[in-house]
Write a protein that binds this ligand. Sequence first.
Ligand code: SF4
Ligand code: SF4
Length: 104
Amino acid sequence: MIKLKCTTTNCQHNIKDHCNAGIIGISDKAVCSSRIKRAGGALEQTFAELEASEEFLSDAPNVVQCNACCIYQKNNRCTAASILVADHMLKTKCMTQIKPKHKK
Ligand code: SF4
Ligand code: SF4
């Protein structure tokens, strides 16, 4: 199981920094490809968070399928114990990515 914290301000899968998508995809650019923007935007997310009960926030097991160049990526799966996903420029990206050093 992987622990995933996501601080995006606008995704239908996100409640209070938790991701309830179950399986998410991270692209070769380390961008979350499972993000679905809420029709009402960040404001709608704020209301959803106000209504969410705490029990709903129990950590669901997450599978992260990942195509990024990263030391944690094995057979297109993320093997990191925990990852952080956050808004970055116009995309929502995995911030835990560590690119392997290229051999000389
Ligand atoms: S942006 Fe990605 S990691 Fe974040 S809540 Fe949405 S689907 Fe989950
Ligand atoms: S830590 Fe690495 S392998 Fe895991 S999701 Fe992020 S970029 Fe992909």
